[in-house]
Design a protein around this ligand. Sequence first.
Ligand code: HEM
Length: 308
Amino acid sequence: MRDTYQSGVIAEASKDALFLTFNQTHESGATEVVRKELASMPERLARFREQYPDAGLHLVVGIGSAYWDRLNPEERPALLRGFPALENGERVAPSTPVDLLFIVRADQHDAVFELGQEIVEALSDAAELVEEVHGFRYKDMRDLTGFVDGTENPEGDDRLDVALVGDEDPEFAGGSYLHLQRYEHDLTAWQRLSLKQQEDTYGRTKADNVEYPGDKKSLHAHTKRTSLKHADGSSMEILRHSMPYGDSQRKGLVFISTCRTPEHFELMLKSMVEGDEEGHADRLLEFTRAVTGASFFLPSNAWLAQLA
Ligand code: HEM
């Protein structure tokens, strides 16, 4: 099972992406249609890869935490649970559950567009589109605040170790827990900060993306709040696949975390929103606001195939 993980869980960042969320309808037979369609997604991806051999096309299929038992009442990933809604004054992390998530990503917009359209069409009798967000690479992998995003992500085989469920849950080995949040930035307020204030907010320099030494980082800095350690001193890791999105009305980041356990994301988010015991919360959240939040499990391709 573990070897048949969905390639998009691990693959390096793409230039273009489509994030699609759906809720299944209550029509009779809808669950069967969804099961059949999910089972055929790996085959659909293979077909598109033949048409777009150089696009670096990936497709990630996620099943929502609350929806899981309707789709597959027999068995459930051991740690699959709802999104942890949090609130601390202006800093919020709402929970907005949805049934299904598809992330289509590639280095070519046409490939992403076409596969995305086919997925919407395939599900049209059984599920309603909730949100459709187009992500893109901004400069040298920067967030719209102008800072490089993804630098401290695990590399090489560590990506598999961090993101994929292993022997701890054999039935779901090769799967991954995914958290999705769409953030809307207040770039007007952000641009009012001096360069130094922006850099302090992240704990990294802007142009050349160098990490501040530990003793120079504010306790409110984003990288301080998200660099957590296990009791044995080892780093707590997640594999992020976030991407900027936007138009003239709203802009920000589609934040994506994948991990072999939901716990790392949950603790990081708590550390950002609620802060430490003295209430040092993440300064970044004064300039961006989460408007959605949902948790999913991304089963292996072998597991998806048996849904048919
Ligand atoms: C680091 C941006 C939300 C977890 C970073 C970095 C940037 C960034 C620019 C520094 C470079 C890097 O290592 O990637 C953002 C933005 C966010 C956001 C713009 C929201 C709008 C989150 C959330 C989490 C998170 C919600 C987890 C709950 C991390 C982690 C690191 C990081 C683990 C690496 C820390 C380190 O080891 O230095 N983020 N991030 N981020 N972020 Fe975020």
